[in-house]
Design a protein around this ligand. Structure first.
Ligand code: SF4
Ligand code: SF4
Ligand code: SF4
Length: 458
């Protein structure tokens, strides 16, 4: 039966560039990649857009799609929704006003930090925890890669997800409404998110637990960073007075929200923060097995150092964290009451509206282990996987083009591979004269591509 396509993926594999080295297959935490014909292939329903493969590819064969920057000019009101980690990419001597001022010159008419959304979200999360406290641990939906990981790999934990919009969506909803109330027409407003990762792009293009998004386009953070930094290096010093309207300063706790412990430090009860997807998987396996069930709140992030380690960030993640912590400390010491008051009052007047729109629909499980939509067929295939596993050597060498023996067994049960793809089985069959060496070679070529067996490599 054909697999249902659940997700939009922001990562694209460029076959013409791929050299079939299998680095991506080996790092993928959900076993979503196979090698076929010497090229990497994505199994759609397993990918959670964590971006580990993107980092691992030595030749740039994996790219992250983005909207064309010039699209912003289709709108009269052009809003850049920026996460605070963008600010942490720049050297200390570059001021926040300078960055804003260059963004303005690039064409944005408004700039708004998405962490302003946490102002409303924090209260809503605490309320949610009070109302749903018996379902332990409640899990943050901040990181879309983690939400998808739970859907596909830990479907039994989807009920633990806190069904509230992330700060980005709250910020977008607020800012659009505010502009409309000030006289703008909705279709004249273009909201563009500057993203640190592929998962956020996928979340905008196919929102989980929501039908539509208030965001019109997504632009990759490395692209914006390079544009802004190049402009500065070419002599743009910034005016140190930014003409972009709505110059609000984030409060220190808002500045740190997207870093590790940014949420967990604000939540009541026993809260834990875990970053990096393999750590997250290890921890969720424990939770799934009933261990550590007395945790109230879990902040889980796919990237090491959370969003400071997003695949589209340009700076070193540890320096980014240091800079953002320093900036938060400075704001705390300067205590800028006039800015705080301005945004407080504005967002406060929209609190009721935002709270009405803050919920998302139930997040549905999308188990990647499901071998067939038909229950009877799925059970038969499960038995088949067990039988095949008894024949395979369990060495997880990857020479079959699947990341593990178990993944190969599943592929065979799904009709996507043959048992002879296993090099150990090939050798056994050759000994028994069930397979000749020419056929073995053809199988290897089918998996790894003709070129790898070319005459120059003899
Ligand atoms: S983005 Fe993550 S889950 Fe998807 S294929 Fe790459 S490594 Fe695997
Ligand atoms: S890492 Fe994956 S996508 Fe990149 S060249 Fe190797 S096999 Fe191809
Ligand atoms: S931790 Fe942040 S940057 Fe990394 S995948 Fe999650 S949302 Fe994206």
């Amino acid at each position: 039966m054909m697999a249902v396509k659940y997700f939009h993926h922001a990562l694209k594999f460029r076959k013409e560039v791929c050299i079939g080295c299998s680095h991506c297959m080996n790092v993928c935490p959900t076993q979503a990649i196979r090698i076929h014909g010497g090229k990497a292939e994505l199994t759609d329903n397993r990918c959670v857009d964590c971006g580990k493969c993107y980092r691992a590819c030595p030749v740039g064969a994996i790219i992250v799609e983005q909207d064309d920057f010039s699209r912003i000019f289709e709108f009269e009101h052009r809003v850049a929704l920026i996460p605070n980690v963008l600010m942490g990419q720049f050297p200390e001597q570059v001021s926040i006003n300078q960055i804003r001022s260059v963004l303005h010159e690039l064409g944005f008419t408004h700039i708004f930090e998405v962490e302003h959304g946490t102002r409303v979200l924090e209260g809503a999360m605490k309320q949610y925890m009070e109302q749903h406290g018996r379902k332990k641990p409640l899990i943050s939906t901040f990181c879309p890669a983690v939400v998808r990981l739970i859907q596909v790999r830990f479907p039994g934990l989807t009920d633990n997800l806190i069904l509230l919009k992330p700060p980005l969506d709250i910020a977008a909803t607020y800012f659009r409404k505010k502009l409309i109330d000030e006289g703008a027409k909705s279709k004249e407003i273009g909201m563009f998110y500057i993203t640190p990762c592929a998962a956020k792009i996928a979340a905008v293009k196919s929102p989980v637990g929501d039908d539509t998004s208030d965001i019109d386009g997504v632009i990759n953070m490395d692209f914006i960073f390079n544009k802004v930094y190049t402009s500065m290096k070419q002599g743009h010093k910034g005016k140190n007075f930014c003409q972009v309207p709505s110059l609000y300063t984030l409060q220190p706790e808002e500045m740190l929200w997207s870093l590790t412990e940014g949420e967990s430090s604000r939540m009541p009860g026993r809260s834990l923060a875990i970053d990096e997807i393999n750590n997250v998987i290890e921890f969720l396996e424990k939770i799934e097995n009933g261990e550590n069930a007395d945790i109230d709140f879990l902040e889980l992030r796919a990237c090491d150092q959370s969003c400071a380690g997003g695949i589209l960030t340009s700076g070193n993640r540890f320096f980014t964290v240091e800079r953002l912590r320093n900036q938060a400390r400075e704001v705390e010491m300067e205590n800028l009451p006039h800015y705080h008051q301005e945004v407080d009052e504005s967002m406060e007047s929209y609190r009721g509206f935002l709270m009405e729109n803050i919920g998302v629909k139930k997040v549905l499980p999308r188990s990647m282990e499901k071998l067939d939509e038909d229950m009877k067929q799925a059970l038969l295939k499960m038995q088949m996987v067990r039988d095949i596993m008894a024949l395979l050597p369990s060495v997880d060498c990857g020479l079959c083009g699947s990341p593990t023996c178990n993944a190969l067994a599943q592929d065979i049960a799904q009709g996507r591979a043959e048992i002879t793809h296993c090099i150990f089985i090939q050798k056994k069959y050759e000994q028994k004269d069930w397979l000749n060496s020419k056929d073995s070679m053809e199988i290897l070529k089918e998996i790894w591509g003709e070129e790898k067996f070319g005459s120059q490599k003899n």
